[in-house]
Each structure stands twice: as structure tokens, then as C-alpha cells.
Ligand binder design. Structure first.
Ligand SMILES: Cc1cc2nc3c(=O)[nH]c(=O)nc-3n(C[C@H](O)[C@H](O)[C@H](O)COP(=O)(O)OP(=O)(O)OC[C@H]3O[C@@H](n4cnc5c(N)ncnc54)[C@H](O)[C@@H]3O)c2cc1C
Length: 446
């Protein structure tokens, strides 16, 4: 039973066990009760149940961001997994996405119509969590912050009522739902703008880490004037994701859109890198729009991880040197992945129709991921994350993108003070009793 027919589950029963599953196994969810809702009506019933039993309400979908959650003592955890398909209105370039859907479903459905979405680098990421927390996508430099592509939400608020929230019906709530830090209710569906895309060039090229001293500066120099149609990530990888490699590798992955120019734009990036050394593996190729979702070859399935995230200004050659010192060959880094995501382009431009997090004032996002397989391994990853953080601190802009925040203990902050106040005002209106208060991320810098 995954519905509220018999009430939410309690620790030890099957309903509870199904609803508390988290994709990050190192961050178990431990609420007082839990339920998986399959419809908006069940989400409404969950809120009634919580109120009747004096519980607060927490929400999740995949639990990918479970390590960012506050403790759930005394809460009812609602897992959204609505029993509806993703549908595409190709004429109006819009997808309707039920909460619970992951990006694989959206991207593959849209691709049948030669349409693309503002998706992340992995197919298993939940659509609602990514969009409500901002979202830096594989086409981010061309399309901007992913949340800007939302056209409407179906939301069940703390009063237990379902409502459709868009720019006309409730502009303040609509803005707050797009990067305002959460705590506004249970999203049951999203209407998302798509864009026409017949083909792109996408993939990942991997080199032995011994070439990183030459490759990282070349990639950084290319980012300075890179076309906005190209969004790429430079990653230093080790562990199961690259078990095929003889050791740690450097990877340049991403996607280039822009029609007939895409192939030559990709060559401008990749030819100088390939001239340094032949890649160990090179999957860059022209393909349909769905291929970009799989290009980063992210390992599938739940994992035990711990991580960190920073937004960085232009790092220049000095920043490259520091990054290599703490993540490159001989650094002793135990991290599974140390990534620099190239931002800028449309990601840096405020969108007049966007939400509270409508752009990102930074040139790069750092995301580090370590194994949390056991306490010793976790401690090593946490310790080294602090070393990376210190090394990159001269370029740290002091804010974060909520979708990339990796732990609730790391410094956060994504809204300026006036936007954080706007989010607070909306919360005070739609959730005056603070039913969803545990779901709120720290909002303003510092
Ligand atoms: C492999 C991998 C790749 C990733 N790639 C990217 C990337 O390219 N770009 C990027 O920006 N981020 C990326 N992320 C981060 C990801 O976007 C965030 O972890 C995001 O929060 C995941 O959303 P979720 O719904 O899957 O996670 P959950 O942990 O289920 O949800 C996270 C939060 O979203 C909110 N939420 C979820 N569902 C609902 C709902 N129905 N109603 C209301 N609130 C809800 C809640 O506040 C919840 O705590 C990646 C993460 C992983 C693990």
C-alpha cells in the first residue's frame, strides 16, 4: 500500500519504507511517519493527516538532495510519485510533468517531437526538486537558469487546497516557487517550456590525469570566449564511474547546440585538447536532443556520497593552478569527482519573466563529490573538501545554487536580502503556521 487509504506508514512498515527511500544512501530520512502520494487528492489528505496529528510536513521525490535536509523528527514525509504520464503539447512547446517524474521521462518524451528541455546532467534527477531549487542545465549557457522555463505549478498549500500557480494567478508565489528556497507546499505537477532542437553535438572525452596540467588551462582559456551554445563541465574523476580507466581521469563533457555551427564550435573546444594527447575514451558525436542527458555518463542507482559546492568568479590561470594543486595529479584527493561547471551566457542574465533565482552571478560552479562508504572514507572526503574550499576561496563569490548544494552543513545563500524577504513574505501568507518550515533552505548570503 503506497497511498493514504490506511494512513501514512510508520517506521517498520512497508508504506514507510517505500516513502523514505533516498537516492543518497548516506542521508537516510527519519521522519515520524511517511507516505507516497499518487495524486493531488492524496497530497491534500496527507496535509490533513499531518494537521490532525500535530505533525509538520516535509517533501521529497528521489531523495537525491537528502543530505541537504534538516532532521525530520516529528514530521510526516510526503514522497511525490504521481500516477500520471509526462505529456507534451508540441504545438505550444510545453510539457506537463507530474511530480515524481525524473528527467529521463521528460527528455525522451520531448525528443519524440524534436523538442528539448532545460535538463541536468543525469537522467535520474527529479524534475520538481531541480526546478524549484534553480537548476543549472546541460544547455544552461544558452537557455538560462532552468527554473525560468517553468510556466505553472500545481501546488497543494498548507491549507490543504490544490491551486494552479502561474504568473497571472499568483505572481509572488510563482516567483517564490522558482528558486525561493522551498517551504511553499507540495508541488504535484509542473508545466515546463520546451524548445525546438533537431540535433546537437554532445559527449565526454577522457584523458589520463597526467595531462591535466596542459588540458585544464586550455579548457579555461576556451571558456573565456566560448559561444553560449556550448555548456561544458571539466571533471576530475576516479572510482566506480570510471572503473574502466587505468587511474584517475580528466573529463570534458557537455553539449553544443546551434544547428550547423555546433560541430565546428565543438571542434574549436576539442581539437586543441585532442592535440595534447589522444583521449582514453571520446564519445563526442552529433545526435538527437535526448543524447545530452546521458553524455556525462553519471553512474546510475543510489550511492553513498558527501559533497560540497561553491560558485566562483573568473578563476584565471591562478585559479586553474590552485584547482590542479588540490584536485590534480599528486594532490592526494580522495574525491570521486571534482568538477568545474562553466556558467555565464544566459545563466548570468536576469530574466524579466524569471523567478526569485533568475540568474547566477558567477563564471564557474565547483561541485565536489566524495564517497561516504564508511566513516573513515567519509571523513577523508569531508577533510579534503575543506582543502579545496580553502584553495578556491579567492574566487568564491559567496553564494550558491540551491540545486547544487550538497550538504546542509555547507555555507549556503542564494538570494540577496530583498529577494529573501520576498520569499519570507510569501511563506508567511501561504504557510502562516510554518507547516513546511523544515523544508526551507537558508536564503540570503552570509
Ligand atoms: C546525479 C546527479 C546529477 C545532478 N545534476 C545536476 C545538474 O546538472 N544541475 C543542477 O542544478 N543540479 C544537479 N543535481 C542536483 C539536483 O538538481 C538536486 O539534488 C535536486 O534537488 C534533486 O531534486 P529531486 O527531486 O531529485 O531530489 P529530492 O531530494 O527528492 O528533493 C529535493 C528537494 O526538492 C523539494 N521537492 C522535491 N519534490 C517536491 C515536491 N513534489 N513538492 C515540493 N518540493 C519538492 C524539496 O525541498 C526537497 O527537499 C544533480 C544531482 C545528482 C544526484
Amino acid at each position: 500500500m503506497t497511498t493514504l487509504d490506511g494512513g501514512p506508514g510508520r517506521p517498520g512498515d512497508a508504506v514507510f519504507a517505500d516513502a523514505v527511500r533516498t537516492a543518497n544512501l548516506a542521508a537516510p530520512a527519519e521522519p515520524a511517519a511517511a507516505v507516497t502520494v499518487r495524486s493531488a487528492r492524496e497530497a491534500e489528505a496527507a496535509i490533513r493527516f499531518a494537521r490532525a496529528n500535530g505533525m509538520s510536513v516535509r517533501v521529497h521525490t528521489t531523495g537525491h538532495a537528502a543530505a541537504t535536509q534538516l532532521p525530520m523528527a516529528g514530521a510526516l514525509l510526503v514522497r511525490t510519485d504521481l500516477a500520471e504520464p509526462v505529456t507534451v503539447d508540441a504545438e505550444n512547446l510545453v510539457a506537463r510533468v507530474p511530480a515524481g517524474a525524473v528527467w529521463r521521462e521528460v527528455v525522451t518524451t520531448a525528443a519524440r517531437h524534436q523538442l528539448a528541455a532545460v535538463h541536468p546532467i543525469a537522467p535520474s534527477v527529479g524534475v520538481v526538486g531541480y526546478l524549484t531549487r534553480g537548476g543549472v542545465g546541460v544547455h544552461g549557457r544558452a537557455r538560462g537558469v532552468a527554473a525560468n522555463a517553468v510556466r505553472a505549478f500545481d501546488l497543494v498549500t498548507a491549507d490543504g487546497a490544490s491551486r494552479r500557480v502561474d504568473a497571472a494567478s499568483d505572481p509572488e508565489l510563482f516567483d517564490a516557487l522558482r528558486g525561493g528556497g522551498g517551504g511553499f507546499g507540495i508541488v504535484t505537477a509542473v508545466e515546463l517550456a520546451l524548445f525546438p532542437l533537431a540535433s546537437l553535438v554532445t559527449g565526454a572525452a577522457y584523458w589520463s590525469l597526467e595531462h591535466a596540467d596542459q588540458l585544464v588551462p586550455l579548457w579555461r582559456d576556451w571558456t573565456v570566449d566560448a559561444p553560449r551554445e556550448a555548456t561544458t563541465t571539466l571533471r576530475i574523476l576516479s572510482g566506480p564511474a570510471v572503473a574502466w580507466a587505468p587511474g584517475p581521469v580528466l573529463c570534458v563533457a557537455g553539449a553544443v547546440i546551434g544547428g550547423s555551427a555546433a560541430a565546428s564550435d565543438a571542434d574549436d573546444l576539442l581539437d586543441p585538447l585532442r592535440a595534447v594527447a589522444a583521449p582514453l575514451r571520446d564519445t563526442w558525436h552529433a545526435d538527437g536532443p535526448a543524447a545530452a542527458l546521458f553524455a556525462h555518463e553519471h553512474p546510475a542507482g543510489p550511492r553513498r556520497t558527501v559533497g560540497d559546492h561553491l560558485l566562483l568568479d573568473e578563476i584565471g590561470r591562478d585559479g586553474v593552478t590552485e584547482f590542479l594543486r588540490v584536485a590534480g595529479e599528486g594532490s592526494g584527493s580522495p574525491l570521486l569527482a571534482a568538477e568545474l561547471r562553466h556558467l555565464g551566457g544566459a545563466l548570468a542574465e536576469p530574466d524579466p519573466a524569471g523567478g526569485l533565482l533568475d540568474h547566477i552571478d558567477a563564471q564557474f560552479a565547483y561541485v565536489g563529490t566524495g564517497s561516504a562508504a564508511d566513516p573513515t572514507i567519509t571523513a577523508a572526503a569531508v577533510e579534503h573538501s575543506a582543502v579545496v574550499r580553502a584553495a578556491l576561496s579567492p574566487w568564491d563569490v559567496g553564494t550558491t545554487v540551491p540545486s547544487m548544494v550538497a550538504t546542509r552543513t555547507q555555507p549556503q545563500g542564494h538570494l540577496d536580502a530583498s529577494r529573501a524577504l520576498r520569499a519570507e513574505a510569501v511563506r508567511a501568507r501561504v504557510d502562516p503556521d510554518g507547516l513546511f518550515a523544515g523544508d526551507v533552505l537558508p536564503g540570503s548570503p552570509g
